[in-house]
Design a protein around this ligand. Structure first.
Ligand code: GLN
Length: 200
């Protein structure tokens, strides 16, 4: 049974749960999803993989760094201790991974610009070339960030035209779109497959 930690600071968590469960069915494996609100939830779950959903990164930082939660400091500590731990950060989740704003280094080695396409009205859907799963993928971009530059520990894993919209550092992926809001569970399947591989 794979234990998957789902960060619950904000965002489309039910969509992630649906995608994880259907991905697990297709891979003929089983998952237990742990909802993470605070540092103790994370320590108790001791997850095999983590999903950091989107939302509003400033709000997520305030909630996750608050004394009542302390989820973000514990999460970043755990990820720095274990560079193999599979993680998928989507949209605002990707922003937090590339810019943890604590005393440590980046979790995903890239720089991002928030709201890189403009405001809410610039939200759009478009096909993405998802190299990491070797096929096209329906990208849902909501007030999406843009990658400004990639560090030497990063490789691009998804493109929208010439634009890099997904990046990987070790087993951590940061996506500027929302894979959980399409009916394609390809990225959740990638995460679970990687998690099975790391724990085999
Ligand atoms: N624009 C948001 C931010 O900067 C991210 C949007 C999203 O996660 N859909 O945090």
């Amino acid at each position: 049974m794979l234990r998957i930690g789902l960060v619950m600071l904000q965002g489309a968590r039910h969509a992630h749960m649906r995608a994880l469960n259907s991905a697990a069915d297709e891979l003929k494996t089983s998952v237990e999803i742990f909802e993470l609100h605070n540092n103790n939830d994370l320590i108790n779950a001791n997850p095999h993989a983590i999903i950091l959903p989107g939302g509003e990164s400033t709000t997520m930082r305030i909630i996750g760094n608050d004394n009542s939660s302390q989820l973000l400091p514990e999460l970043f500590r755990m990820l720095r201790r274990n560079s193999e731990l599979p993680v998928m950060g989507t949209c605002a989740g990707a922003i937090l991974l590339s810019d943890p704003q604590d005393e440590g280094g980046k979790i995903v080695d890239a720089s991002m610009e928030r709201n890189g396409y403009g405001s809410q009205s610039e939200s759009f859907q478009s096909i993405v070339d998802a190299e990491i799963i070797s096929r096209e993928f329906p990208g849902v971009f909501i007030r999406a960030p843009k990658f400004l530059s990639l560090g030497s520990d990063s490789v691009p894993i998804a493109l929208h035209g010439e634009e890099i919209v997904g990046v990987r550092t070790n087993n951590r992926i940061a996506l500027t779109f929302h894979p959980e809001l399409s009916d394609d569970n390809g990225f959740h399947k990638w995460l679970l497959s990687k998690t099975l591989e790391v724990n085999s």
